[in-house]
Write a protein that binds this ligand. Structure first.
Ligand SMILES: [Zn+2]
Length: 50
């Protein structure tokens, strides 16, 4: 699973502003917005996935 995080404040609280081909995201924490949010690979505990 990959999640996006804010390049500015490293927060994972990102919300999608505009969907579609041009994804535009915004950081809920610092308000940074853009389409170039970096993604991070995270490993989830399998026990918590249903
Ligand atoms: Zn931020």
């Amino acid at each position: 699973m990959r999640i996006k995080f804010c390049p500015k404040c490293k927060s994972y609280e990102i919300e999608l502003m505009v969907g579609g081909e041009i994804g535009l995201y915004r950081c809920k924490k610092c308000g940074f917005s853009g389409s170039i949010f970096p993604e991070k690979e995270i490993k989830l505990n399998k026990r918590r996935i249903k």
